[in-house]
Each structure stands twice: as structure tokens, then as C-alpha cells.
Design a protein around this ligand. Structure first.
Ligand code: NIG
Ligand code: FE
Length: 411
């Protein structure tokens, strides 16, 4: 099955060569072709160029994109979309004056989600997650990373990871799985943190490796959760099973977690709302992608990741949603891109690079996703008629998407 998209007002993020990420000044550049066509053959981008040369190309389906933009689908490299029921009551508690920390300290937060998930069947969890996955696909997300971490017992963590595996099998969207056993200390181990770390290392990791349930290993490296020593233990243990580190760090406090992650060759470090000079130095000349989650800052009213500072220091930046029931109950990458421009002062070019090619890098898939490149997967968004790509982040809160194609399939 071939699809030809014609008369595209502007085709965005066109890269003749497969590049893996963009950094610093390169982030300002968004290569485009005006008045373009794009040819898809089954699940692959096979050709593109200016309309003037398109004569004679035939296709099973032709889509006229007059006045519309075409861009790669979003690559959301950080989510927790497999969870059981929402935490809207805690949202109201925060409005009434409690902090995120107060709620966690009284047994709410991640532990609240874990309790619910432990009591939810795998099929129910799958069905809830399917609804969220379908919703984000229709919002233009074509590749997604999903974490465990709301189980906090071996059985419940495996249940989450098996649901992720089913989603991967059942939907055209590219899915990467991350094991986040060290998300919070379960009540049963309240006075025995090492006991829980041992359970992760000795009981969970071997089974996860055996069933091939994850590609990445994550830790919530934060005061009151897991410290540098705990994080190092988990990352090292994960690496013994070929799980690459990808960690939550510097959300509320900066205390050396970024340097530790870089030392362990983390593919990404995520959150970074609190960032100091040593952190920036640690990221320089590393292969680790900094990932900002502006919807989380918006929802919790915490600082935004200083993305401008990171880019100006010559570093790359990726943007992701952090979709989860506690700190970011939204998986809308369009809102993330807008918020990055409005609150973090990224240019539209930088934000689109961060949400496509660099997001793909943060999932280890930028050889196949994140740009319009011959041979890459046929994952594209066709917008409604708009004045220019600046309009996408500018007119925030509206849905500018007309059609989403994932793996060659019209969604
Ligand atoms: O990325 N920071 C840690 N984990 C999640 C939120 C956890 C929760 O509140 O459920 C995050 O923000
Ligand atoms: Fe997260």
C-alpha cells in the first residue's frame, strides 16, 4: 500500500542523512521543503521533494495537503501511561493547600497509585492503558516510552511490564519499556530500604530479563526517595542485564545525580527542574540526553527546566510529557511543545527538534524515527490548514492536527 501526500504547504524536519540528535545552535535549524510531496510505501518513507518534480508518481491513496503542514509524529520519551485510576482527589487537596510532598508523606502519591494498581487485574489495567494510548496517538504521538513503577511488588511490577509488552504487540505505535522498580519505597519496607533494593536486584531484575520485559532501567533519584548510593546500586544491577539507565533526577533537588547517571552512560536524564553548573558540566561531551517535562512543571507549579540555558551551553534537549496520574495527567505533546516555547523560551524550531529527533534519541530509536528521512518509519502528522509552523505552539490549547499516520497506518 502506497500513500502519496501532495501539495504540502511545508514539509518539516526533512533530513537527507540519518542524524541521531541535534545540539546547541543546530537546534535552531528546522530543515523544511515548501510546496512538497511525501511518498510512503507500507511502513516506510520512500521519497519526498518539491511538487514540481512529482509528475508520474502513482500511489494507492493520494492525500491533498494544500495549505497544510506535514511533520514527523511526536516522540514522547518519558511516560507512565500504564496506571490504575486517577488521583484527582489529590489534585483538589493541593488546591486546598497541601504540597506534593505533604501528600506523599501521608501515604498518598506514588504509594496511593501502587495500592490501586496492585488491586487491579492485568486485563483492566490493559484496557485503561489502551484508552490512553489511543488518545495520545490521535494527538500525534508515534513513538512512546512507558515506565513501570506503580507496582512496587514483584508481581505488580511484572503485571505493568506485561501490559506494556501487550501494548507494544497490539498497536502500530513504537513502544519502549522502562523498569522503574525504584520509584518509591513501599510501606512494607518503610524501615528497610536495602531490603527493597535487594528485592529489585535479586527478585525483579532476573525475571524481567528472562521475559525481556524492559530495555531501560530508571530510578527516582531524589531526597526522600532514592539517594546516590541507592541509584548507583540499581543502575549497576540493571546494566548487568543490559538495561540502559534513563533516570528521574533533579526534580526537586540537585545533589549530583546527573554526574552519576552520565558516569553510568545513561541515555537520558529527565526532569532537571533544579539544575546547577556542575550538572551542565557533567552533561557536556556526554551521550546523555537532557529531557524536560514542562507539563509537569505546569501542573505542580514548580520551576521549568532551564532549557534555554542548556541549549545555549551547546547541549541538546528533548521534550516529553511525563504522562502519569500524580504530576502530569496529560499526554499531549502539542501542549508540551507550546509550553516549552511559552515558558522555557524555546523557539518553535528548537521545540520541534526537541519533541521529534531528540525525543527519538532519548528512546534509542532515532535511526528509525524523529525525522522525514528516506528509509525511516512512515510516522507523520498532517495539520489542518495553518499560516506557518510558528502557529502550532502559538495557538496553544487548540488541536491543529487533521490526520496522523503511524507505521504507514492512518489512525
Ligand atoms: O515523573 N517524579 C516521579 N515520578 C513521576 C510522578 C509520580 C507520581 O506522582 O505518581 C514523575 O513526575
Ligand atoms: Fe516521570
Amino acid at each position: 500500500m502506497t500513500i502519496l501526500i501532495t501539495n504540502i504547504k511545508e514539509l518539516l524536519q526533512v533530513r537527507d542523512e540519518t542524524i541521531l540528535k541535534v545540539s546547541g545552535l543546530q537546534m535552531k535549524e528546522l530543515p523544511t521543503i515548501k510546496n512538497a510531496y511525501l511518498l510512503i510505501d507500507n511502513d516506510t518513507i520512500v521519497d519526498y521533494g518539491e511538487m514540481s518534480v512529482v509528475t508520474g508518481i502513482n500511489a494507492d491513496q493520494i492525500i491533498d495537503a494544500s495549505g497544510k503542514l506535514v511533520l514527523p509524529t511526536w516522540c514522547d520519551s518519558h511516560t507512565h501511561i500504564v496506571y490504575a485510576s486517577d488521583r484527582s482527589q489529590e489534585f483538589v487537596d493541593r488546591i486546598n493547600g497541601l504540597s506534593y510532598e505533604d501528600i506523599a508523606n501521608r501515604g498518598g502519591g506514588i504509594l496511593n497509585s501502587a495500592k490501586t494498581l496492585q488491586d487491579t487485574s492485568e486485563d483492566d489495567l490493559y484496557n485503561q492503558s489502551v484508552a490512553r494510548l489511543k488518545a495520545v496517538m490521535s494527538l500525534g504521538t508515534g513513538a512512546i516510552e512507558i515506565k513501570s513503577g506503580y507496582g512496587l511488588t514483584p508481581e505488580a511490577e511484572f503485571k505493568m511490564l506485561r501490559v506494556i509488552k501487550r501494548l507494544k504487540k497490539d498497536f502500530p505505535i513504537k513502544v519502549k519499556a522502562t523498569f522503574l522498580g525504584a520509584h518509591a519505597l513501599p510501606i512494607a519496607f518503610k524501615d528497610n530500604k536495602q531490603g527493597y533494593l535487594d528485592q529489585i536486584i535479586n527478585d525483579m531484575l532476573p525475571q524481567i530479563a528472562k521475559e525481556n520485559l524492559a530495555q531501560y532501567i530508571d530510578v527516582f533519584c531524589e531526597k526522600g526517595y532514592f539517594d546516590l548510593d541507592d541509584t548507583a546500586q540499581i543502575l549497576k544491577a540493571g546494566q548487568e542485564y543490559n538495561l540502559t539507565p534513563k533516570i528521574h533526577v533533579n526534580q526537586f533537588n540537585a545533589f549530583g545525580g546527573i554526574a552519576l547517571a552520565v558516569k553510568h552512560q545513561a541515555i537520558s536524564v529527565d526532569h532537571l527542574e533544579e539544575l546547577n553548573n556542575e550538572d551542565i558540566i557533567a552533561l557536556k561531551d556526554s551521550n546523555t540526553m537532557p529531557v524536560a517535562l514542562p507539563s509537569c512543571s505546569y501542573f505542580l507549579s514548580i520551576p521549568y527546566t532551564p532549557g534555554r540555558q542548556l541549549i545555549d551551553a551547546g547541549l541538546p534537549l528533548a521534550l516529553a510529557t511525563d504522562y502519569n496520574p500524580g504530576s502530569t495527567p496529560s499526554g499531549n505533546m502539542n501542549f508540551v511543545v507550546s509550553t516549552a516555547c511559552i515558558k522555557m523560551k524555546l523557539t518553535p524550531e528548537e521545540a520541534i527538534n526537541a519533541a521529534t529527533i531528540n525525543g527519538a534519541y532519548a528512546m534509542g530509536i532515532s535511526n528509525q524515527y524523529g525525522s522525514i528521512t528516506k528509509g525511516k518509519k512512515a510516522n507523520v502528522i498532517i495539520t489542518k490548514p495553518v499560516s506557518s509552523y510558528n502557529y502550532l505552539p502559538y495557538a496553544f490549547g487548540d488541536n491543529h492536527i487533521e490526520t496522523v499516520i503511524i507505521n504507514g497506518e492512518i489512525i
